[in-house]
Ligand binder design. Structure first.
Ligand SMILES: Nc1nc2c(c(=O)[nH]1)N[C@H]1C(S)=C(S)[C@@H](COP(=O)(O)OP(=O)(O)OC[C@H]3O[C@@H](n4cnc5c(=O)[nH]c(N)nc54)[C@H](O)[C@@H]3O)O[C@H]1N2
Ligand SMILES: Nc1nc2c(c(=O)[nH]1)N[C@H]1C(S)=C(S)[C@@H](COP(=O)(O)OP(=O)(O)OC[C@H]3O[C@@H](n4cnc5c(=O)[nH]c(N)nc54)[C@H](O)[C@@H]3O)O[C@H]1N2
Ligand SMILES: [Mo]
Length: 668
């Protein structure tokens, strides 16, 4: 999203700052991006291709040339394809900080080769996105800039001050200048929550119950917008009859851990508002019933009719509204369908997939040895002697340590790309600010080099980025298609919001779907909240539940090459409520052991009442070398969410105790 200015001296990026001329981001860049010069210049950058010279995972490598690296990769791939077919290859490429071209063309390479395909993003947003698509349709939500018309803002499971800073600035301005109230619904008293007029410290995984409770009260108090419901929604009558009677304020209070008075207050504020804007976060969907949670909240503005009012409605993502010709880059050629590998089940795929087994993997812009659930399975898979692994990354990550060949990646400041925000309606061409350090190469360049050596003739693999980007606009529709290529390539930001005419619905019925034919097939026809039986059984066994939230000074592991930010974030830590710490005789600052049936990890303890008792918060995911021991995803299962086959980090139950080796670690 951010529009940035990079200062370059003698070919070296010396400073990155926000571009004051951008209409939305307006000169602001967050504390992480402000340090991106340190990321580009980090002493930890890999500067040449590397070949493994020790056991897998040991991190022992010797430098080789690009020609040697590319020759080895393509000769191995050709041999594997000849013996086992292209499905034995897996391209496992994700997003990091890249735009549409650097991310897209790596996928394009594997699409054209006809390999096994990555069902990408299940680690992140497929649950919330699929739930949104099945409810509202594959369309963008409310424009965050419409908040200037809102009379109530609800941040529902999003820590805006951390993950949506530009919108946060606008929200704060509305609060200050127009007195627009802010409600925050989050199990953690986040920085955003501290600024709220009403903060609801909801129990993890109970948002559907709260949303249905608010609907119950709206109906009870005559605040349901019957005209809007009749005109623009499908199946509300069934919800009203079969579901809402069960969600009385008293029962919702019991489920959510909130006070009846607070639930009533939220419903009254929402019922009175003329244009309430709900900013939906992804955090609440990373658990077993995450899809139903997202869906219930996304339905709320249908009951009040706020979807039809400028400044009202709900926003999860904006990306779906940008109708570029993505296939030009992502799917230049190759079979229409192929074998799929779920992003979050990498370990499972590497260990058990057959006919053919995965014999080669190419990992790019992703650090699954830290960020995937069942991390130990991922590592066991990557340790397979018969697996040929290539990792393309600017850093020697936990994952790269398992590679046979490591390729040095350029950062976003060292490559041309087209960036489209997913939380606002803007896109922009970001030109290369400096040449890549050492011998680093962009994803785009490496995909092209590999494609040529593999004999792929698609023109996209020989176009310069400035020409390739034009392919994205061929046959595109909507506001993005109207961008003037000259201005775009000159770096002018392009606004891609559609003309506002109420929230569009692109479901099968063309309406907001309270009842979903598609979801009926899996027994989820209507929004509902029920206790998940596996979670309930785990909760019997383990006293604490895991809450994950973003690291304030880290984003996953991508900024771990910046020592300033590493230090600001502190050593990998967990947070326990004072009551839980006391009951276990644990004190602030001690190294503690987090454990369940799956594994144990060692983190520093912080004691704070920013969470409820019964919860252990572990912000971010940190490289194993930074913690006393391990990474948090060793404790998380690779079970799927109810909708969208997403990750369920927060369906993790565990306990915390003293770290037996604490003294030893301190001595070291
Ligand atoms: N417990 C828990 N686990 C989670 C989450 C959670 O909330 N809790 N969140 C999940 C979510 S939302 C996500 S998106 C995933 C993120 O998971 P990952 O995508 O694995 O995230 P990063 O650690 O940022 O890894 C990105 C890698 O890309 C590299 N990189 C940066 N720029 C470039 C480039 O231009 N080219 C190449 N080739 N590489 C580059 C970085 O150095 C880094 O190693 O984690 C998921 N894991
Ligand atoms: N600083 C920083 N910024 C980031 C990232 C980062 O790691 N660090 N990651 C980036 C990525 S890849 C993504 S996908 C986005 C995600 O950004 P968001 O969509 O904002 O999602 P999360 O940050 O995962 O979670 C948001 C909030 O949900 C809360 N939450 C957890 N469980 C529940 C629940 O059951 N109910 C409710 N109501 N709330 C709950 C958490 O406490 C957290 O405050 O952020 C991006 N921005
Ligand atoms: Mo994400």
């Amino acid at each position: 999203m951010c529009s940035l200015i990079a200062r370059v001296e003698d070919g070296k990026v010396v400073r990155v700052q926000g571009d004051p001329d951008h209409p939305y981001t307006a000169g602001f860049a967050c504390g992480k991006v402000n340090r991106d010069a340190d990321n580009v210049n980090s002493p930890d950058r890999i500067l040449t291709p590397l070949k493994r010279s020790g056991p897998k995972g040991s991190g022992q490598f010797t430098p080789i040339s690009w020609d040697e690296a590319l020759d080895e990769i393509t000769s191995r791939w050709k041999a594997i394809i000849a013996e086992s077919g292209p499905l034995a290859l897996l391209g496992y490429a994700y997003s990091a900080h890249q735009g549409l071209m650097n991310r897209g063309l790596v996928n394009g390479l594997f699409h054209a080769l006809g390999t096994s395909r990555l069902q990408a993003g299940t680690v992140c947003d497929t649950c919330c996105e699929t739930a949104w698509d099945l409810t509202v349709g594959p369309v963008g939500g409310a424009d965050p800039e419409s908040v200037v018309h809102s009379d109530l803002v609800i941040s529902w499971g999003a820590d805006l001050a951390a993950t949506n800073v530009h919108f946060w600035a606008l929200v704060e301005e509305q609060k200050k200048t127009r007195g627009v109230p802010l409600v925050v619904i989050d199990p953690r008293r986040t920085r955003s929550a501290k600024a709220a007029d009403l903060y609801l410290p909801i129990k993890i995984g109970t948002d559907a119950a709260l949303a249905l409770g608010v609907m119950h009260i709206l109906v009870r108090d005559g605040h349901a917008n019957r005209d809007y419901i009749a005109k623009c929604t499908l199946g509300f009558d069934k919800v009203e009859r079969e579901i809402l009677p069960r969600f009385t304020p008293a029962r919702v209070a019991e489920i959510t851990g909130l006070a009846v008075a607070d639930i009533e207050k939220l419903a009254a504020m929402y019922g009175r508002a003329k244009a309430a804007l709900i900013r939906l976060g992804e955090g609440m969907t990373r658990l077993a019933a995450g899809g139903q949670a997202l869906r219930a909240v996304a339905l709320l503005p249908g009951v009040s009719g706020h979807y039809g009012v400028k400044g009202g409605g709900a926003l999860l993502l904006t990306a779906a509204s940008c109708d570029l010709n993505y296939n030009a880059v992502r799917k230049p050629s190759g079979p229409a369908t192929s074998r799929m590998v779920n992003h979050l089940r990498l370990g499972e795929a590497l260990l058990t997939m057959n006919d053919p087994p995965i014999r080669a993997i190419y990992i790019s812009a992703n650090n699954p040895a830290v960020t995937c659930p069942e991390v130990h399975k991922v590592k066991r898979g990557l340790a397979r002697e018969d697996l040929f692994t290539v990792v393309h990354d600017p850093f020697l990550t936990d994952t790269a340590k398992y590679a046979d060949i490591v390729l040095p990646a350029a950062s976003y400041l060292e490559t041309d790309d087209l960036y489209r925000a997913y939380g606002a309606y803007w896109m922009q061409w970001g030109q290369k600010a400096a040449e890549p350090r050492g011998e680093a190469r962009s994803n785009f360049a490496v995909a092209q080099a590999l494609a040529r050596r593999m004999g792929l003739a698609d023109p996209i693999f020989s176009l310069a980025p400035q020409d390739a980007v034009k392919e994205l606009f061929k046959g595109s529709t909507g506001p993005a298609s109207k961008a003037d290529p000259k201005k775009l390539l000159a770096g002018e930001p392009v606004r891609i919001a559609h003309e506002w005419d109420g929230q569009p619905f692109k479901t099968p019925s063309g309406k907001l779907e309270f009842y979903s034919e598609e979801l009926a097939k899996q027994g989820l026809a209507l929004p509902d909240w029920t206790e998940d039986p596996i979670e309930a059984a785990d909760a019997e066994k383990w006293p604490l539940r895991l809450l994950t939230a973003p690291g304030y000074f880290q984003a996953h592991t991508a900024f771990s090459g910046i020592s300033f930010l590493r230090n600001r974030e502190g050593k990998p830590f967990c947070i326990l409520h004072p009551d839980d710490a006391k009951a276990r005789n644990l004190t602030d600052g001690a190294t503690v052991r987090l454990f369940n049936d799956r594994a144990e990890v060692g983190l520093v303890l912080r004691v704070s009442d920013e969470i409820r008792p019964g919860v252990v918060l572990v912000p971010g995911q940190r490289p194993s070398s930074e913690a006393a021991s391990g990474t948090i995803n060793m404790l998380c299962s690779d079970r799927y969410t109810d909708i969208g086959e997403g990750a369920t980090y927060q369906s993790t139950f565990l306990d915390v105790g003293p770290w037996p080796q604490a003294q030893q670690v301190a001595a070291e």
